[in-house]
Ligand binder design. Sequence first.
Ligand SMILES: C[S@@+](CC[C@H](N)C(=O)[O-])C[C@H]1O[C@@H](n2cnc3c(N)ncnc32)[C@H](O)[C@@H]1O
Length: 317
Amino acid sequence: MTDAPHISVLLNEVLEVLSPKAGGVYLDGTFGAGGYSRAILQAADCQLYAIDRDPRAVSVGESMEAEFPGRFKLLQGCFGDMEALLAAVGVEQLDGIALDIGVSSMQIDEAERGFSFMQDGPLDMRMSSDGMTAADVVNEQDEAELARILFHYGEERKSRQIAKAIVARRAEKPFARTGELADLISSVVKVTGKGIHPATRSFQALRIFVNDELGELSAALSASERLLAPEGRLAVVSFHSLEDRMVKRFLGARSEARGNPSRHLPDQDDRGEVTFNLIKRGAIKATKDEIAMNARSRSARLRGAIRTSVPAGEVAS
Ligand SMILES: C[S@@+](CC[C@H](N)C(=O)[O-])C[C@H]1O[C@@H](n2cnc3c(N)ncnc32)[C@H](O)[C@@H]1O
């Protein structure tokens, strides 16, 4: 890890959604640098479990267990497996879940993790240390599948041209470094007027695919419905439209998207078989001040909801 601190995004807003209470049991599904975890533990005399799939985040975070003796436990694994990870430590119900989807600044800034097209490093992109690397994907998938990945997960309009160029280039020499891939993509996609790096969308696509980020999110949303106690709170922060759309659709279906913010309507009994009530109809975004302090917060979208007492699985998605 580098020394660059990860600045938590929408921290106050996430805390407001979660509203931690004394005696409650909470989950921070994306520990990262522990910004949310620390704030939750400081906000109330509650119990907190945290998950991260990155072994480095877990080893750095373990020192927090000593800081909050008996109140905090960090678990290594994927948040898509939260039910099994929590069951292994005897937890079956939660009062709140926070998810801050994506990569941390530490992961992006460390060239050796292979997430960045700005710094050369091995073409890896795994948040954990197992499974397929991005190099495996670009060197082994066929052209049509590569094009599909770039289009589906990166919304890259030049996906077919890039896939074709990748396949031609790897026949000469397989890709090993982020710089090699970024250079190849730059030769196919010219810089747009907005000035984003030509490899931005392709790198995002590969990262999402390598880490099965959408599969993880989908599993976590379903699990949250089963794990949250009545009145339990869910806060999900995402950074790109594919993820935000998934959260919006899930919560929309579960709340029937009637646009009835529940905060002021505690009596939910007459509103049908919904499993969640939205805290706010749209997404919560960073303030101008936060964006000025932390550019990464510009694309952040927070959606929050409160669990009803209707059992999970009774509402069709
Ligand atoms: C944006 S950072 C979280 C930052 C944190 N909220 C903070 O304030 O410090 C995201 C973290 O989630 C982890 N992560 C991403 N997807 C995950 C998954 N499916 N399961 C477990 N951890 C995941 C990453 O390894 C990374 O450390």
